[in-house]
Structure formats: structure tokens, C-alpha cells
Design a binder for this molecule. Sequence first.
Ligand code: AMP
Length: 606
Amino acid sequence: MPHDTPLISTIVGGLVLAFIFGAFAHRLRMPPLVGYLIAGVLVGPHTPGYVADQSLAPELAEIGVILLMFGVGLHFSLKDLLSVRGIAVPGAIAQIAFATLLGWGLGAFLGWPTGGSLVFGLALSVASTVVLLKALQERRLVETERGRIAVGWLIVEDLAMVLALVLIPAAASIGGEGHAPVEPLSAGLNRLFGLDLGIGGMIAMTLVKVALFVALMLVFGRKLIPWTMHRIAHTGSRELFRLGVLAIALGVAFGAAKLFGVSLALGAFFAGMVLAESELSHRAAQESLPLRDAFAVLFFVSVGMLFDPNILIDKPLLILATIFIIVIGKSVAALLIVLAFKKPLGTALTISASLGQIGEFSFILAALGVELGLLPEEGRDLILAGAIISIILNPLLFFLCDRMRPFFEGKREESAAEPAAPSADATITQETAALEDDDVHPTALSGHAILIGYGRVGRIVGQNLKSSGTPFLVIEDSDKRIGELKALGIETFMGNAVARETLDLANLSGARSLAIAIPNAFEACRIAEQARSVNPSILIVARAHSDAEVDELKQYGADTVIMGEREIALGMVDRLAQVHHEGVPYEDGHGPDTLISTDEPPPQRQ
Ligand code: AMP
């Protein structure tokens, strides 16, 4: 590997090893992120062989954070954000306080100075953006109420971090504990403006800067960014559009961080949010996906690089205590807080599972604490070990929360209501159920049709089923669509249809047909596979975008697979034949304006 190209070798080494170990982990039926972390440990300085650049890797990972937060922003409107503030603000603050207290307790027990113990506690209290968002995305929870609460919670934590990074150096220099080798940014600014602000002033100044950034984004960004993207879309150049998306996500995030002291993640979130209401948001999300996933993988590699496996042998008990605080202490606190807000148990469990880990913020705090002489190196090592282990445990935590829910519910209601049958495939940790209400009951329908997805395709199928009087129900995971379905009086279950729990509610075994109208063939295959195993005689009709997907879906049990692109072509052929050979006039109601979407079959075709 060339020695003079650290950037290239870090990217290539990170991605290649992450790919190999991710695939390996997948084969062993473990989440791929475990493989990415192991790849990181291998390219890190604590194991022999090639060592990637330790400062470049986390920087590259930041790009993943930016694109992830931008992507989440694209699904969020200001209204969505404000709708969760009632629970996210007090919830996050209470949880940060509780976890900090536990961490401080452990630090005090070990005889660390108060400042160091507080930094340690704070580092254990903030969840990793990447881990949380990836967990929500894998389970298709971002557009659900619980997903929005978790993201709102994350944003409050992010803001708390922005404040902490300003305040810790200031407090260190004022408190006389430790030393302050770097001048805090705000102190520099104070001098620049000839001001001498105390801690209160610094907090106020930081908040004013954040508020200024948010106001600028909401007033100008909201007009300027969608306008720019529309102009670029009209050039017809996909390359320019893609570039525009990246330039806006990265540019706003970087500008926010440099000019306003806002975190990169928060800046990116707002850049996405101002685009969310534009019809281009869907395309923008698509365009940033591949890069986002690649850089998010580098995040896990960079975490792995920091890990020194020796600590497992040197300080097992301290690590256990740290993990206990992160995984159990924090989760239980979040669970109780969400339940105190009278949210359903399922929501509380998802939120607490998503927060039971730490990551990039904690590393920044740990590094700052050590640099200021507040936190002993032992504290940083515990934080690093705690992070990697809690990230590995996170999918397990989600899995356990799912398993625990029926048990708790049974206790709560003390009713004989039968819990949903557990998944036959215990390895599907990524596909946990995402049911939004806790008091859902299985359908009473039988001999019915089950429609999965109510988007561009499912909507047309649903309308036809309704008008023909066929008994049917819908499974959807976007709560915006659920609202629409409920208004139409259609029986609906909210959740990821890949989860067996969701499918069971739809009485799969008693259904006559299943229409899988979702675009992701990988998920569609899992659904078809489960459906076929539960009900060998059900008719399964699925949607695909390529011949390879058609074959795969058939292999997994689909009877009929409609390939969107082929149907579009046939629709075009029909229309051309009508005009050229049958003499059908151009304006017969089948004109070009009736075919609006890109991959839907024409409504009238069989
Ligand atoms: P479209 O591609 O426009 O037909 O939209 C697909 C619809 O299916 C969207 O409304 C999604 O929310 C929904 N959807 C996609 N995947 C799943 C899934 N695994 N479970 C339930 N609904 C889904």
C-alpha cells in the first residue's frame, strides 16, 4: 500500500476490510456493523499490520454523519420537529442529567476529580447520531412517531453538546481544575468583540448563534435552497443535481459549524429540513444514499480503530460498570421518562433501545477532557471501550426490547390477550416490528387480500380492491400514509411488513392473496418467503424493477411478479399503436398528462 497517500489508503483499507468483515458477519447472522468495527480494530494502531491514519478516519466519518443527518432532515418538516418538542426536550435533559450523575458517581468512586467525573458522565449520556439513525433506518422507523421522538431527542442532545464544548474549557480555566492549553472559541470571540463574558454570557452567546443559524435557515434557506435545487433540476443534468445535493448538505453543515459554532450534524439536519417540503426531497435523498452509506461505514471503522483490546483484560470490572451505565442505566431512564409522558410502551422501548449506546460525541468529550487535564486517560479508555461494546450490543438491545414488549404488556393489562407469535427466524434483528400502537388487535378478516405499501403503486391497487368490494387491509410504515388510509376507512396496520409480528396481525394464514407493492426487492423477498411458509396456498403478487428481481422474488415464493419498467414499456407501446395504427385521436383522455409517475403501471392495464 503506498505510504505517501494516507487519505487513499485509509479510505481503501477501511472500505475493503469493512466489506470483507461486514459480509463475513452477515454470513454468521450477525449485524454487519460488528464486521465494520472489527475491520477498524484491525487497521487501528493496537493490532499488528497496516495502520490507517487515525486523524483522517474520524474526519471521513463526519461526512457520513452529515449525510445521515441531511437525509433525516429530508423527512422532517418544521411541524414534525415542533410536534415532538414537548417530550424530546425534557426527556433528553432528564436523561442527560441522570446518565451524567451515574458517570460522575463512578468517577468519584475511582477518585477522579469532580470535573473529570462530570465530563465522563456527560460522555456516557450522549448517544451516537450514526448508530441511532442507522438503527432507525434499518427498521424503517424514521417516519414514525417514535422515530421522530428519537430524532428530536438526538437534536436536543446535539445542542447540549454544542453548549458543553463551549462550557467545559471555560469551566476548566475558571474552576482551576486541570489546565486549558487551548483557548475556548468563545473566549476568543469575546476578546475579538472586546467583551468579557462570564459563563452565563457564553451560554447566551452560544444560544444566540444557534438561534441565528436556525432563523437564517428558516427565513432565507427555506426559499433559497429549494429554489436552487429546482433550477438545477431543470437543467436536466443528473450529475449537477447530485452535486447540488452534496454541495448543499456539506456546505451548509460546514458553514454552520465554522460561522455559528453549530455542530456539523445539526447544520446538515437543517439543510435537509428546509428541502423536506419540496417535491425534490425524495430525489435528493436518493442521490445522497450511496455516499452516505459508504461514509457511515467509515464511522464504524474509525470507532474500531480507537479500541485497544487490552483494556478488556486490564479493567474488566470497570468496563462492565461503564457498559451498565450506557446500556442499562440510560435505557431505563429513557424508558421511564417516555412512559411518564403517557406514550405507548412500544414507543418507550424503541426510544430507550435507540439511545442505549454512545459514539462520536463521547469521543470528542473524552479527548477534550484529557486535553484539558480534567479526565484521566483511564476515563477515555473506558469511554472508548464502552462505545464499541455498546454499539455491538445495540442490535441485541432492540431485539430484547421487542421480545420484552409482549411480556410487559401482558403484565400491564393483565389480560389474556394472546401475544403475537414470535418470529421463527430469531436472527432477523434488523427487522423488528415497528407497530406504532400498543393496543392493536389482529384483523377479523379472512379470505381477504393483504396489500403491503400504499405509495404510488399500492394506492392504485387499493383503490381497485375497494371499488370491486374485495375485503382487504393494508400494511404501511409511513404514518403520513396511515393517516390517509384511516381517513378512507381502510383497515390498516402500521409497521414494517418484514416483521413477522406485523404480518401475523394481518391474518396471513387466513388470507387469500398478498400484494407486495413496495419498491425494495430485498424486503419484498423476505415478506414473500415468510408468507409462503405460513400459507402455502396464498396468491403472492409482487413488484420488481429488473429481471433479476423477478427471478429472485419467484424463488422466494411469489406467484406473479410485475416488472414496473416492462409495464411502462408496454403502456408506451399501446399508446403508440393507438395513435399510429388504430387512429385513436391524440386527446382521448390517454394523453401524456395522464401518465405522471415514472414506475407505476398504467392504471387501466391488467
Ligand atoms: P411507492 O414506491 O411510491 O409505491 O411507495 C412505497 C410505499 O410502501 C411507501 O408508502 C412506503 O412507506 C411503503 N413501504 C415500503 N417498504 C415497506 C415495508 N417494508 N413495510 C411497510 N411499508 C413499506
